[in-house]
Design a protein around this ligand. Structure first.
Ligand code: NAD
Length: 495
């Protein structure tokens, strides 16, 4: 029997074991619930060691040219591409995604790396003669040590929303991975040490307290947070109160609107992929379907397709487990509340799905089939609160304006999508919808680089988005330099 490892931190390009007295948490594999590692809840001095390492690395890393840093990022890209299968397998193991989803997690993360490698072309400043003999130029200057605090649901992609851009801009970085899925990024940090100078990327393990220590550390200049809305709000307040730059992405409640003219087959397929992909644990997953008018055929196909999903890690109909017992309990309670208290009709019940309950009985783990709930009002709890599992709430709406009214009353504002064949109706929707990331016939409308990612309302606290050109701004400040050389011109207002 192999011993269960206690994970180390990764500081200064080396594994650093946590102090023997450090408390640990169990990391489980959602497939069986078996413990696969113990993650240390690092101490203040361990957090400090990671920040000090990043601070020490900053002067020489930040003084390199954009081109020199980009060439390091390109080497990192090649290295991680060569290890993509190993990383995807780690994600399957610690998160429970299917293998195809895990490969997607890696590929999307590496896209950000690819984008950051083009910073020499993207991040140059402006220069202009503004008056006789007087020139203004600006340069993007890195901030210093920045940190990232990330959720469990994309062990590689979400950390990579910020790491490549932050490093490419010349910052050094301390990551606190999710305590539920720490293995993937620990391996990435180890691989990255082959190409990054010591201290440029450090990883310190732990939970909320460790994250707070990082946010509070005097040498951490900026905080990029992704997680649930309640924590995002707290992190935003905490960092802002200390005058730090912070972007904090929170939870979501994404609405899909199906208009009567939609392509029923395409919409049904897409809706099911959106609410069941990664077992519903995506901040861009559909959680509410607003059906405009009577569309029994669409609903029938959604339920039929969702019912075909089977528990597993491979195959086009496979759906993985949810992350842990607490998530399993929370999701089943939300379904029960919808059915009993809010009198929703359960069109498909994941709690009693034969395939998923059999899987759980045989192997343990946290399996739950897809659920479809039909509501009679938009005030039901499941219509408003994030469930973060494979659950779709359906509400029939009178017309598009009614659907928009329901969507726009959500406190979240991450994503929304309309299914229609009409360009005019799609445009009507786009112009009135409150969510910040909008899909037309695309149920998971994730903007790809160079477009930036970020919601509004309770889905994002702070200013600016977390990826794309917005992140170039976030991870730098502009130094404005005004120069005058030689004889001052008579016309110069600066003289
Ligand atoms: P979570 O909020 O429980 O944890 C996220 C991170 O915050 C973890 O690293 C955790 O250790 C840390 N944390 C916990 N308490 C903290 C505190 N007091 N101060 C600072 N950090 C603290 O979220 P989760 O369960 O890991 O992930 C799921 C949530 O993340 C969902 O709500 C989902 O919608 C959201 N999410 C949002 C986006 C987005 O782009 N908006 C993307 C992915 C996930």
């Amino acid at each position: 029997m192999t011993a269960i490892p206690t994970l180390a931190n990764f500081i200064d390009n080396a594994f650093v074991a946590a102090d023997a007295s450090t408390e640990t948490l169990a990391v489980t594999t959602p497939h069986t619930g078996a413990v696969i590692a113990h993650v240390p809840l690092s101490s203040a001095s361990e957090v400090d060691a990671a920040v000090r390492s990043a601070k020490q690395a900053f002067p020489s890393w930040s003084q390199q040219t954009f081109k020199a840093r980009a060439s390091v990022l390109l080497r990192l890209l090649t290295l991680l591409q060569a290890h993509a299968s190993e990383l995807a397998e780690l994600i399957v193991r610690e998160h429970g995604k299917t293998l195809a989803e895990a490969h997607g997690d890696v590929a999307k993360g590496l896209e950000t790396l690819e984008y950051a490698a083009s910073l020499p072309q993207l991040a140059s400043g402006h220069v202009q003669q503004v008056s006789g003999g007087v020139t203004c130029r600006d340069e993007r200057i890195p901030l210093g040590v920045v940190c990232g605090i990330v959720p469990f649901n994309f062990p590689l992609m979400v950390p990579f929303w910020t790491i490549p851009l932050a490093l490419g801009m010349g910052n050094t970085y301390v990551l606190k991975p999710s305590e539920k899925c720490p293995l993937t990024m620990l391996r990435v940090a180890e691989l990255a040490s082959q190409v990054l100078p010591p201290g440029v990327l450090n990883l310190v393990n732990g939970g909320g307290r460790v994250a707070e220590l990082l946010v509070d550390h005097a040498d951490v200049r900026a905080v990029a947070f992704v997680g649930s809305s309640g924590v995002a709000k707290k992190v935003h307040q905490r960092a802002s109160a200390q005058g730090k730059r912070v972007v904090a992405l929170g939870g979501a409640k994404n609405h899909l609107v199906a208009l009567p003219d939609c392509d029923v087959e395409m919409a049904a397929r897409d809706i099911v992929v959106s609410f069941t992909g990664c077992a519903g644990q995506r901040c861009m997953a559909a959680s509410v379907l607003l059906v405009v008018g009577e569309q029994p055929e669409l609903l029938r196909r959604v339920v039929e397709r969702a019912a075909q999903l089977v528990p597993g890690s491979s195959g086009s109909l496979a759906m993985g487990p949810v992350i842990d017992q607490a998530a399993h309990d929370r999701i089943t309670q939300a379904i029960t509340h919808a059915a009993q208290t809010d009198q929703a009709t359960v069109l498909l019940d994941g709690r009693t799905s034969t395939a998923f309950t059999a899987q759980q009985a045989e192997h343990g783990g946290f399996w739950l089939g897809p659920t479809v709930l039909q509501h009679s009002g938009s005030a039901d709890q499941a219509m408003r609160q994030e469930i973060f599992g494979p659950v779709l709430s359906v509400l029939q709406c009178r017309d598009l304006d009614h659907a928009l009214e329901v969507e726009n009353s959500s406190m979240h504002g991450n994503a929304a999508c309309v299914y229609t064949r009409s360009g005019a109706l799609a445009e009507y929707f786009e112009r009135r919808v409150g969510a910040a990331m909008v899909g037309v016939n695309v149920g998971v409308p994730v903007p790809r680089e160079p477009f930036s990612f970020g919601g509004t309302g309770e889905s994002r606290f702070g200013y600016g988005d977390i990826t794309g050109d917005a992140a170039i701004e976030f991870f730098s400040f502009r130094r404005k330099v005004t120069t005058k050389w030689g004889e001052p011109s008579e016309k110069s207002w600066m003289s």
